[in-house]
Design a protein around this ligand. Structure first.
Ligand code: TMP
Ligand code: ASP
Length: 240
């Protein structure tokens, strides 16, 4: 299938979105572009689009088979997939199992402390503001989501965390933290959208604690593509 630029409805930092002849379906195309720190740092990770599309596909299929509805319908090539068109809820839902990244900074802590219970944060999805962390009161009173929407999202998020922690544990990886996004389909159902890949998760090797995610790009640690390949290789090994 040829993706015509005239059908592109949105270009994000890591993906492009195209319309289809069906108003309820879109095509998502995964790019190799990488950004960090709200686009202050820009680069390209060779084959990232292919790897992230494949990793997201396997994870979304796993979640789907365990009762989580996702936007993924089918893949059309190595970088593109047909998805349900949703209105993205403008919230980034972050789950933390281990202290790292901005949480370590906020509390002036070393990375690595296992949290006694998963921490869920929400951020307002707005590049111009660098996605500020907000709370439920902000989200509801500013009209980003209703209380019912938040309850629904938190319930799904907890299930997703339980499923993903187990999934990664089986392949020797600690799921440190991750970010997900939800959207509403044309019937108003809240479903998991966007992607789940090493771009939006922190993944540490259980034995060596080696970082197998985008922190290798953010922190100039090198071997970025190899790390993403390693995640895919382990995931595929498990699902064979
Ligand atoms: P943080 O520690 O920088 O707040 O990131 C928490 C998790 O969210 C981490 O797994 C990376 C992911 N993330 C994104 O996917 N997109 C973003 O814009 C940010 C800031 C974090
Ligand atoms: N995706 C975000 C950005 O560019 C940040 C990140 O993943 O660190 O800007």
């Amino acid at each position: 299938m040829i993706l015509l630029e005239e059908n592109m409805i949105y270009e994000g930092k890591a993906k492009k979105v195209y319309s289809t002849t069906d108003p309820n379906k879109i095509i998502i195309y995964y790019k190799d572009d990488a950004t960090a720190f709200n686009s202050l740092k820009k680069g390209v990770i060779q084959n990232k689009g292919i790897l992230n599309k494949e990793i997201t596909t396997i994870i979304f299929e796993y979640l789907n088979s365990n009762g989580i509805n996702t936007h993924l319908i089918e893949n059309i090539n190595d970088r593109a997939q047909i998805c349900t068109k949703v209105d993205i809820i403008p919230l980034e839902v972050i789950v933390r199992n281990v202290v790292a990244g901005s949480m370590a900074k906020l509390f002036m802590m070393q990375e690595g402390q296992v949290l006694s219970e998963a921490v869920i944060e929400i951020c307002y999805k707005k590049d111009e503001l660098a996605d500020p962390m907000i709370n439920d009161f902000h989200a509801v009173s500013l009209g980003f989501a209703t209380k019912e929407d938040l309850d629904n999202m938190y319930e799904q998020t907890k299930k997703i965390n339980t499923l993903l922690k187990d999934f990664f544990d089986k392949i020797g990886i600690i799921l440190v933290d991750f970010k997900i996004e939800f959207g509403k389909d044309h019937q108003g159902n809240i479903i998991l959208a966007d992607e789940i890949s090493p771009d939006c998760c922190r993944l540490w090797d259980k034995e060596t604690k080696k970082k197998l995610d985008k922190d290798r790009f953010r922190r100039d640690l090198g071997d970025i593509e190899d790390a993403y390949q390693e995640v895919l290789k382990r995931i595929k090994g498990m699902t064979l």
